[in-house]
Write a protein of this length. Structure first.
Length: 362
């Protein structure tokens, strides 16, 4: 009798959990299109010019003020206890473009002084070699200060399921925001029973390989980047891999000692070849860091009083991150959306993404 009671209790608890869990793992075409409708509402042109329909099941509950480097987010809710954190992408404001180009890498864990009254503590990865895009980290810092209290309020009102979505720069910020919120859960600053599901859309590369490894591990089945195969934005930032971007155990660690042991003239020839392979990427990385890090730091300080430039990671090894859903551009697509040297965002806008997403199998 006692065993039957225990079994019944377990069944009740299991059923309650399943009922309470609104979100399910795995990519959903309908879910992504609804998220795309939501995040397109950041721009008036979505309704007036592109004729993109609004969300079917969600209503906007909150719109944040503009903050940081022209960042903003919306909270949407439905009647089923699901909240959506929708992060705006780049606008025509030069501050937002500066955030994109501020592409020096910094450690994925640390503290960042973004204002005289605000130091952002973050732990986006436990790997000490993990590094992320500095401009988007700044955007994440400002957004997090507003988003986390809203999540707490929603949770107290009974919402335990949240979708995170953003297109373009919003997709890049969605990567880092996902890592930050999951980190807060691990640190017990957010309840462990909150479920986050992420749809980055047209998201560029947010960090290096070591960041990508951990992001993919902790979000398995719960995070996706949806990209149009004709869109160039997900191919950015430019990646430069050097011999310093590998794990500690690698084939290059003993390259120079090995070369020194060789007899002349083999030693001279090998040294010449190795220098030709090793030095150009290192030189290019230093230039990348100088212009998209040091030079832009001066401009960011003018835009953000109190901002303190952090120490850079000497790397530019940006990689494709997360589970990808590819919207494959076929010949029919290019008839409707032809390549253009003048209209460089032809394949990046909402309309082609809606068009291709609608062609995905249900």
């Amino acid at each position: 009798m006692k065993r039957k009671c225990i079994a019944a209790l377990v069944l009740i608890l299991s059923t309650t959990f399943v009922t309470a869990q609104k979100l399910k793992p795995g990519f959903s075409k309908a879910e992504y299109i609804e998220m795309l409708r939501i995040t397109s509402r950041h721009f008036d042109t979505a309704a007036s010019i592109l004729k993109i329909p609004g969300p079917k099941d969600f209503t906007k509950a909150y719109r944040s003020p503009v903050m940081g480097l022209d960042n903003r987010w919306d909270l949407w809710t439905n009647g089923d206890g699901v909240g959506v954190i929708s992060i705006r992408g780049t606008t025509a404001n030069p501050k937002g473009w500066m955030e994109n180009f501020y592409a020096a890498m910094v450690p994925a864990t640390g503290k960042l002084r973004v204002a005289s009254d605000y130091e952002f503590s973050y732990a986006l990865s436990q790997n000490p070699k993990a590094a992320v895009h500095l401009g988007w980290l700044i955007g994440t810092a400002f957004l997090a200060r507003d988003i986390v209290p809203k999540i707490d309020s929603c949770y107290k009102a009974g919402t335990k399921d949240f979708m995170i979505v953003g297109h373009s720069q919003g997709g890049a910020l969605s990567y880092l925001m996902t890592s930050h919120l999951r980190s807060l859960q691990q640190q017990k600053h957010l309840p462990a029973d909150i479920q986050f599901k992420t749809y980055c859309s047209a998201g560029p590369k947010p960090g290096n390989l070591f960041y990508a490894y951990e992001y993919e591990s902790i979000t398995l089945g719960w995070a996706f980047n949806v990209v149009n195969s004709a869109d160039w934005v997900p191919e950015t930032p430019i990646s430069l891999q050097t011999v310093n971007d590998f794990n500690k155990t690698n084939a290059f660690v003993n390259a120079r000692p090995f070369i020194k042991k060789q007899k002349f003239p083999a030693k001279l020839a090998l040294k010449h070849v190795y220098n030709k392979l090793e030095k150009p990427p290192l030189k290019a990385q230093r230039k990348y860091e100088r212009y998209l890090g040091g030079f832009l730091s001066k401009r960011v300080k003018k835009a953000l009083p109190g901002y303190v430039t952090p120490a850079f990671v000497h790397s530019t090894d940006y990689v494709r991150t997360g589970a990808f859903i590819v919207l494959l551009a076929d010949p029919e697509y290019f008839i409707k959306f032809p390549d253009s040297k003048e209209k460089i965002f032809t394949h990046h806008l909402f309309e082609p993404y809606f068009y291709l997403a609608d062609k995905l199998p249900d």
